[in-house]
Design a protein around this ligand. Structure first.
Ligand code: UD1
Length: 431
């Protein structure tokens, strides 16, 4: 795809975000834990979700669109096979979360290494450590993992890092193992807690403590219905869009999930109003706000998935800013592209130093992952002239239902088209 952004339009109005992609993906995977019907609402229409639905359909499920809009009824048509289709699994990182549920259901499983945005080495050691602790014997052959389990058992598992995916993988698997599993240093993201809520409705007992999850597994899990939480990363992206373009934007979302961003925007000098189910930002645009220090950390820290968008914002701040990325190894691909637009950014390992400039100018830039692509679109809103964001692998649509349409609804001027001069390749889903 190609997005052409005519810069300099201020943004005004209200917008409601879709359901959280990063919650919907593990919730869909969790439907494998039961043969009963599961009804999921507020599932976003994004590329990664469509891929996960295709995978489920290879694993014995029928995923029927239902009412209201963005709802699906997930039914079992045949018992799950033990192996997930490699060509689909390789499209997105979250597919690896199917490994544990498949072992729990079938006693064995085969899955390939997942794909993933090019944002650093993306190991799965914590997933494997958790599944092994639960009694799975796992061997790897090239990119393929084979697991076998005569009988899974509960365990106490400490994660060296609060990995979102590993926490979800272990929680789903343990939900189907009678007895008490404890995950220490567990991820505490809202998406992890959303999965816990679904598993509780399905019949597992889950207690959430600070940094710990205690799972009382059940021999069988039942069908239920569940509504996915709003997408905090999409919400944050639109708030930063309002900040960088200038204007008055209200985003309907769950403000509790966006405290780190709101506090940072407030610190930079924006007017932020928090309501029960919305956040309003009022901004005078480039040059009206100061720089600051941002450190991307596990939740409740500043979200790494909003770090690229924040870099675009800081490129137009008064003074010097720094961004430290502590979650992913290399997540500054947007820096060189922003520099093409006139930003002054120096990257040194995990830290970027940004000297604010008065203006960015439109040019042709490339988005190499979902959030970096979004960051460049936001930079284009504030840049002089025309910015073209080439997104040849369709990364942006993997994570946002309709980024250009939503911004246009607020007054932006963005044209979305197939990038004819770019070779279109199948989206290699990666986040
Ligand atoms: C999820 C999100 C992604 C977000 C990330 C961190 C989904 C679908 N994606 O990804 O958008 O950027 O959380 O908030 O929910 N790690 C290991 N070993 C492992 C697993 C992870 O070392 O077995 C490391 C990773 O390399 C990375 C860090 O832990 O440096 C965070 O990874 P993790 O929290 O697992 O992210 P994902 O679940 O893949």
């Amino acid at each position: 795809m190609k997005l052409t952004i005519y810069g300099g339009r201020r943004l005004f109005g209200d917008l409601k975000v879709e359901g959280a992609k990063n919650a919907a993906l593990p919730l869909l995977a969790a439907t494998l834990l039961t043969d009963d019907d599961v009804f999921l609402q507020n599932i976003p229409d994004v590329g990664d979700v469509r891929t996960m639905i295709q995978i489920l359909e290879h694993l014995g499920k029928r995923v029927e669109p239902a009412h209201p809009r963005d709802s699906y009824l997930i039914r079992t048509v045949e018992p799950p096979p033990s192996s997930a289709p490699e060509y689909l699994v390789r499209k997105l990182r979250a597919s690896f979360c199917l490994f544990g549920p498949l072992v729990a259901r079938t006693g064995k499983a085969q899955i390939s290494l997942p794909g993933g945005c090019p944002i650093g080495v993306r190991p799965v050691d914590l997933h494997l450590k958790g599944l092994r602790a639960l009694g799975a014997q796992i061997e790897s052959l090239g990119n393929l993992f084979h697991a076998q389990a005569e009988r899974l058992h509960p365990a106490e598992i400490y994660l060296d890092f609060p990995s979102v995916g590993a926490t979800e993988q272990i929680m789903m698997t343990a939900a189907l193992i009678p007895g008490r599993t404890v995950i220490s240093n567990a991820a505490q993201d809202p998406e992890v807690h959303d999965l816990a809520r679904l598993l509780i409705k399905m019949g597992a007992g889950i207690m959430i403590e600070p940094g710990r999850l205690i799972i009382e597994g059940a021999p069988h899990l039942q069908g239920t219905s569940h509504r996915v939480i709003p997408d905090r990363i999409a919400a944050g992206t639109f708030l930063i869009a309002g900040a960088i373009a200038g204007g008055d934007v209200t985003v309907h979302c769950q403000p509790l999930h966006l405290e780190a961003l709101m506090s940072k925007l407030d610190e930079l000098g924006f007017e932020i109003q928090e309501h029960v189910e919305s956040i309003r930002i009022i901004s005078e645009g480039p040059g009206s706000y100061g720089g600051g220090r941002v450190e991307a950390r596990p939740y409740p820290g500043f979200a790494t998935d909003l770090q690229p968008q924040m870099m675009a914002l800081l490129a137009l701040a008064r003074g010097t800013s720094t961004i430290k990325e502590t979650v992913w190894e290399s997540r500054f691909s947007q820096a060189a592209e922003l520099a093409q637009m006139g930003a002054r950014i120096r990257v040194d390992g995990a830290t970027a130093t940004i000297e604010g400039v008065e203006r960015l100018r439109g040019t042709v830039v490339r988005g190499s992952d979902t959030r970096a692509g979004a960051a460049l679109v936001l930079a284009g809103l504030a840049a002089e002239g025309v910015t073209t964001v080439i997104d040849s692998e369709g990364h942006i649509a993997r994570g946002y239902a309709d980024l250009a349409g939503a911004l246009n609804g607020l007054g932006a001027d963005i044209i979305l088209e197939e990038a004819s001069e770019e070779k279109e390749v199948v989206a290699s889903g990666r986040e």
